[in-house]
Design a protein around this ligand. Structure first.
Ligand SMILES: [Zn+2]
Length: 393
């Protein structure tokens, strides 16, 4: 049983004070106010975080666990070792689920399975495996740094999607444009993306459309993607399309901010920093426009520079979301994208017991999400590290 000072349950309900969550077999069994619950000390471990605000475990809707620290070119063993360390790091920030949106050679699928098997401490992963890009397209980099499958034509796109689904991906990632630095032109065509989206949907999975720039975003929307990743340059038309088709926006604002503020210190080229500066201003305006049009917005970190979900939530609030909306962006929205609202994203009976306790009220100060005192996944206390050292799990 978890005793919470305040409970924000991830639904649209108001926060409740002095709540208790009874957990059985890794799931929420009962949520009630503390006086209504009679604890049975012989059968229940009581985790008292009544000095904290408890909320659903954070969901990072645009993560790359392999790319935190930006070790793209490392030999495979160190690349994987870094990802294992990153998985623990992300869990310690209160992120209990990540949507991992492409890395090289489908390595993310192996990490996902190792975490599920209990071999590695980390968040629950939903993975796209390598993304699909136009021949020569997608983010820059030569083999073995490439983390895309290259296709030309709808048949090849369909084949690549089928291969990825067969390999066990949870969704398909499509590069409608390149990164921020490689030019604003569209890449995969509507026909190519539509073929891949069709395969994903037939298999009951969703399709993510990576697009920074307007024309590529429009192509991805016409092809029927379920999310737009980044979406920095949305215009009235693309926002209206997203609203009409109920497509979720994952704006990844924080990384743009970090690139502008710290890019020079990290030796990033001046052109990249300037592109990020322009994109940051455009992306904030896009988020405001999308919010006003009722487009659902989810928090994603795109974390090569270690931007956390808490930092992304702060950036979303700066762009005009209320703190309550930012919390929903970092919890329930992720579950909606993944089609897992029966399991994840809220603290209601029947859901997995993924929760965090933070010092301070994120609805007053969103930065409270950075002060994580407890992480629970599937009903087991699994972070942060200092908490594990207490041995109170
Ligand atoms: Zn990304």
């Amino acid at each position: 049983m978890v005793l919470a000072g305040t409970l924000i349950d991830g639904t649209d309900r108001d926060p409740s004070s002095s709540a208790a969550l009874v957990i059985r077999n890794g799931r929420i069994w009962q949520v009630a106010s503390q006086p209504q619950i009679r604890p049975d000390p012989t059968h229940q471990t009581i985790i008292d975080v009544s000095h904290c605000v408890v909320l659903p475990g954070l969901i990072d809707s645009h993560c790359h666990l392999f790319h935190i620290g930006r070790q793209y070119s490392a030999p495979v063993v160190s690349f994987v070792a870094q990802a294992v360390a990153n998985a623990a790091l992300w869990l310690d920030t209160g992120t209990t689920t990540v949507r991992d949106v492409s890395t090289r050679a489908n390595l993310d699928l192996g990490l996902r399975d190792a975490i599920n098997a209990g071999l590695v401490r980390g968040p629950r992963m939903f993975c796209s495996g390598s993304g699909i890009a136009s021949t020569g397209g997608g983010p820059l980099g030569e083999e073995p740094l490439r983390f895309v499958l290259e296709v030309t034509g709808a048949d090849e796109a369909r084949r690549a999607a089928r291969q990825q689904l067969r390999a066990g991906v949870d969704f398909i990632k499509l590069f409608a444009t390149a990164g921020l630095t490689e030019g604003a032109h569209p890449q995969l065509t509507v026909e190519e993306m539509a073929a891949a989206v069709d395969e994903a949907h037939k298999a009951g999975k969703h399709a993510a459309g990576h697009g920074f720039f307007t024309e590529g975003i429009r192509n991805a929307l016409q092809a029927g993607v379920d999310t737009i990743e980044h979406g920095s340059y949305l215009d009235e038309e693309t926002v209206a399309m997203m609203s009409a088709r109920d497509v979720v926006l994952v704006p990844t604002l924080s990384i743009l901010h970090t690139m502008v503020e710290r890019g020079a210190e990290w030796g990033r080229p001046a052109r990249m920093i300037e592109n990020a500066r322009q994109a940051r201003a455009a992306a904030r305006a896009s988020v405001r426009r999308a919010r006003e049009a009722g487009v659902r917005i989810a928090a994603g970190t795109d974390p090569p520079y270690r931007d956390t979900v808490a930092m992304e939530c702060a950036a979303l609030v700066e762009a005009g979301l209320t703190p309550a909306e930012a919390v929903i962006a970092a919890t329930r929205r992720g579950a909606e994208i993944l089609g897992r609202t029966g399991d994840l994203g809220t603290l209601e009976p029947g859901r997995r017991a993924d929760l965090i306790a933070v010092a301070g009220d994120p609805l007053d100060d969103i930065r409270a999400l950075e002060r994580v005192e407890l992480v629970m996944k599937d009903g087991v206390v699994c972070g942060p590290r200092a908490r594990l050292a207490e041995g109170d799990a």
